[in-house]
Design a binder for this molecule. Structure first.
Ligand SMILES: Nc1ncnc2c1ncn2[C@@H]1O[C@H](COP(=O)(O)OP(=O)(O)OP(=O)(O)O)[C@@H](O)[C@H]1O
Ligand SMILES: [Mg+2]
Length: 240
């Protein structure tokens, strides 16, 4: 189980402190499928980066399976069993798809690595030796990142908008991929998404807005709030 306890995170916004995560407390239980949703700029990706260790909170603690991981690095958290797939995946010049999958899963055969690419609808023969560089399209990169995350199959996996840039045909398969991962790891999957079809497969929804968790619960409990909200901008300083 992952627990965020009173997490706050402030950035420097042109010389001014801007609190983008405000006292967030959250529990992600084992063997559950969460979808984190909410308006653009609400703080979802920032929460994911706080969980994976890319950002360190200004206050609060993060507990994973009873261990305080707040001061652990990204690598230490990855070793402890946390995976994170970025909203905008990172490219690695000079490193091939096979290198990354092998790195993620430890020792494995090329055939096994290819299996993960097939899972995300990529023809393994065409991609296994490709460099993970700017020549890959956005959707290809996104799928490769999902394949790497599947290869890792850690206790907790956070996907940041995995559907972004994925075509409609693959989208159907993506849902199947999440189901399969859920069956395999019996751990926790948290998907950040705006897509109703992904929201529909969640055990629980987490609504994040304005740097806060504003509601958690079943689809029936959270969806009406999402649909009724106007997400209006309530203040905007004029540029002088
Ligand atoms: N370094 C920074 N300086 C200023 N503002 C920042 C910085 N980093 C993040 N923010 C702001 O923090 C807020 C939360 O960003 P975040 O990326 O977590 O949102 P999100 O919920 O993932 O949005 P989306 O649905 O668009 O992906 C945004 O308003 C963003 O502009
Ligand atoms: Mg985001």
């Amino acid at each position: 189980m992952l627990e965020l306890k009173n997490i706050s995170y402030t950035v420097d916004d042109n010389g001014k402190d801007k609190e983008i995560i405000r006292d967030v407390s959250l529990k992600l239980e084992d063997d559950r499928f969460y979808v984190i949703t909410g308006p653009n700029g609400g703080g979802k990706s920032t929460i994911a980066k706080l969980i994976s260790g890319i950002y360190k909170p200004d206050s609060g603690r993060i507990i994973f399976d009873g261990t305080d991981i707040t001061d652990m690095s990204v690598t230490e958290r990855a070793k402890a069993g946390i995976s994170f797939a970025f909203q905008q995946p990172v490219r690695f010049k000079g490193i091939t798809v096979k290198d990354l999958i092998t790195l993620a899963a430890g020792d494995m055969t090329t055939a096994d690595a290819c299996e993960y690419l097939s899972e995300v609808g990529l023809c393994a023969r065409d991609y296994i030796n490709r460099e993970v560089n700017a020549s890959l399209s956005g959707g290809e990169l996104k799928r490769i990142e999902i394949a790497i995350t599947l290869a890792r199959s850690t206790k907790l996996t956070v996907f940041d908008e995995p559907e972004a840039g994925i075509d409609l045909w693959s989208f159907n398969n993506l849902i199947r991929v999440f189901d399969k991962l859920h069956d395999k790891i019996h751990g926790t999957i948290a998907i950040i998404s705006h897509q109703e079809r992904i929201i529909n497969i969640a055990d629980e929804l987490i609504l994040v807005a304005d740097g806060r968790v504003t509601k958690t619960g079943s689809r029936e409990e959270v969806m009406p709030l999402i649909l009724s909200e106007t997400w209006a901008v309530d203040s905007c300083d004029k540029i002088s």
